[in-house]
Design a protein around this ligand. Structure first.
Ligand SMILES: *[C@@H]1O[C@H](CO)[C@@H](O)[C@H](O)[C@H]1NC(C)=O
Ligand SMILES: *[C@@H]1O[C@H](CO)[C@@H](O)[C@H](O)[C@H]1NC(C)=O
Ligand SMILES: *[C@@H]1O[C@H](CO)[C@@H](O)[C@H](O)[C@H]1NC(C)=O
Ligand SMILES: *[C@@H]1O[C@H](CO)[C@@H](O)[C@H](O)[C@H]1NC(C)=O
Ligand SMILES: *[C@@H]1O[C@H](CO)[C@@H](O)[C@H](O)[C@H]1NC(C)=O
Ligand SMILES: *[C@@H]1O[C@H](CO)[C@@H](O)[C@H](O)[C@H]1NC(C)=O
Ligand SMILES: *[C@@H]1O[C@H](CO)[C@@H](O)[C@H](O)[C@H]1NC(C)=O
Ligand SMILES: *[C@@H]1O[C@H](CO)[C@@H](O)[C@H](O)[C@H]1NC(C)=O
Ligand SMILES: *[C@@H]1O[C@H](CO)[C@@H](O)[C@H](O)[C@H]1NC(C)=O
Length: 469
């Protein structure tokens, strides 16, 4: 019986991975798990940024050229869309807005450079799920490349570069002369069918790629780099978004490689937009912070995160869940497998008193629900702590399942677990007491993805499936 059950599970995993609801057309790579459209999609109209007066000398400000080109291309949106080609050169610009049915295509030697004048980054409203800017009350600077209410947008190229020149923003942050929250390098809000591929992103002022309230977002085959000591330069932050697929990326930044979020305290609770169906595949990362962070802003809920074939090195933390009383929300149905950690301080960390509240109006009795977290098939070399797993008193984190994990650790007390409950099999060094009960045979149905939970999530997904326009 157990054997046939496992086979059913495997088939369901295949069904989940192959039957993406937003499958537009498969990319060349036959083992891609993202089917977010094809960056080589034919757009019937194409223009080059130089036709709009742009100068690629690294000095001339080209914001108007980008804005005019995109304004012109808007007339092709209902005629199959258009492509804006950025040739070799160094194209300095302030923030500009994209439109639907657009491909922004960078040549191999094209570099889009972010202006170092903060006036070139206009102020926009805070996100309703945050209630204010993340670092300062009030508005925030608009990202260098910005999309709002869009569908069918591609940013791609032959490994061209988008460089935020963020060092000036990091200085303003350090010397406390910012007036508004720093901008992202790329942000999409309320958008769907977004593909970002085959590019290098450098030196973001703040989080690098930030989809918020989006669906069907694919980030594929990109390199994201920022100095390890640069402040808050997260790689990719899916925020209150669903069906996000991140694949074949190399990310080395000053803050979390991937951070999955869904709004902040009372603002996130009332906006109630979760992040769900987040797939992460074949990721290599390095950071002073976490490889994959969930939270700390998680008040709209985070679920169905599948991360596989991951390598993190030289990180402070491998996998980290961050929350606090006041956040509310939930983190559930998280599955991480086949991960290699090298030179990592804490392999797995749950932080339950992260703090950082938007204002004094949060409700300290709004406790998060953290459950069904499965981490399996992990090896770690030169790890200090295997797991610092801290739940909340009176609000245990439950059904935490760790399977087939081998860490070479340097600390004499590699596990420290409090207010958590769960199961384990084949974990070395010897696991902490709250997780000592075996997963197999009788507890595997309590463990996400080691059970038949996929069956119900797969069915729910089918009911909400919508064809894309
Ligand atoms: C986005 O769409 C919403 C709802 O239709 C509208 O209220 C808002 O003004 C739009 N924003 C932008 C920037 O297009
Ligand atoms: C990844 O991007 C590079 C260019 O940056 C391209 O040459 C290569 O074909 C891409 N790989 C895949 C699998 O698409
Ligand atoms: C793209 O460029 C970056 C930065 O120069 C480099 O590290 C990376 O290997 C390149 N990627 C591909 C696929 O060529
Ligand atoms: C803060 O940093 C900016 C950017 O480097 C610099 O122009 C400014 O003079 C600094 N201000 C103070 C008060 O240190
Ligand atoms: C903040 O505002 C002051 C006063 O308007 C201005 O001089 C300064 O340049 C602004 N700082 C940034 C980083 O934009
Ligand atoms: C595990 O991930 C590595 C890449 O980190 C990959 O080479 C390997 O094929 C994966 N193993 C399985 C069983 O998928
Ligand atoms: C690890 O990070 C440190 C900075 O904290 C850096 O100096 C070092 O080169 C990194 N090591 C590796 C192997 O990349
Ligand atoms: C344990 O995980 C390793 C990878 O970390 C994998 O190669 C191995 O097959 C797994 N063993 C079992 C029994 O699943
Ligand atoms: C273990 O965790 C508890 C509660 O989080 C903390 O008070 C204690 O200092 C930790 N011990 C070690 C050795 O880290």
């Amino acid at each position: 019986m157990k054997r046939s059950f496992a086979l059913v599970d495997v088939l369901l995993v295949l069904a989940l991975l192959c039957d993406r609801p937003w499958a537009a057309s498969a990319r060349g790579s036959s083992h891609s798990h993202c089917k977010g459209g094809d960056s080589g999609e034919i757009r019937p109209h194409s223009v080059t940024i130089t036709e709009f007066g742009a100068v690629g000398d690294g000095v001339t400000l080209n914001t108007k050229a980008f804005q005019n080109a995109i304004f012109y291309l808007n007339s092709f949106a209902d005629k199959g869309g258009a492509k804006l080609f950025v040739p070799a050169g160094r194209w300095l610009t302030g923030s500009f807005r994209l439109i639907s049915h657009l491909t922004l295509w960078l040549d191999k030697d094209a570099v889009i450079l972010g202006s170092q004048n903060s006036d070139d980054w206009p102020i926009i409203d805070p996100l309703p799920s945050y209630g204010r800017g993340r670092e300062l009350p009030g508005g925030r600077h608009q990202s260098l490349i910005y999309g709002h209410n869009l569908t069918d947008v591609i940013i791609a190229g032959d490994n061209g570069t988008i460089d935020g020149q963020g060092s000036i923003w990091w200085n303003w942050f350090h010397n406390k002369t910012l007036n508004y929250t720093r901008p992202h390098l790329v942000e999409f809000i309320h958008s769907n069918a977004v593909l970002i591929s085959d590019l290098t992103f450098l030196n973001s002022p703040f989080w690098t790629i930030h989809p918020a309230y989006c669906s069907q977002v694919t980030v594929q085959n990109v390199t994201i780099l920022a100095p390890l000591e640069s402040p808050n330069t997260d790689g990719i932050d899916p925020d209150s978004s669903e069906n996000v697929c991140i694949e074949d990326c190399y990310i080395s930044t000053g803050d979390d490689v991937i951070a999955i979020k869904s709004g902040w305290d009372e603002y996130g609770i009332s906006y109630a937009r979760p992040s769900t169906k987040i797939i992460i595949h074949r990721l290599i990362g390095e950071t002073r912070s976490a490889g994959i962070a969930i939270g700390s802003e998680m008040s709209g809920g985070i679920s169905e995160v599948h991360a596989e074939n991951i390598q993190f090195f030289n990180c402070t933390t491998g996998i980290r869940i961050k929350t606090s009383p006041g956040r509310g929300g939930y983190v559930r149905n998280i599955f991480v497998s086949n991960m290699t950690l090298t030179d990592v301080n804490v392999a797995i960390r749950f932080t339950s008193h992260y703090g950082e509240h938007p204002d004094q109006f949060f409700d300290p009795s709004a406790l998060p629900v953290i459950e069904r977290i499965t981490i399996k098939d992990v090896v770690g070399e030169n790890i200090k702590f295997a797991g610092l797993l801290e739940g909340l008193e009176g609000d245990n984190f439950v059904n935490i399942c760790l399977s087939n994990i081998t860490f070479k650790v340097t600390s004499k007390s590699p596990w420290n677990c409090s207010y958590i409950q769960g199961y384990s099999d084949l974990v070395s060094p010897e696991i902490c007491k709250p997780l000592k009960k075996r997963i197999y045979p009788e507890h595997h149905s309590d463990c996400y993805h080691l059970s038949n939970h996929l069956w119900s999530s797969n069915n729910q997904r089918k009911e909400t499936q919508q064809p894309i326009a």
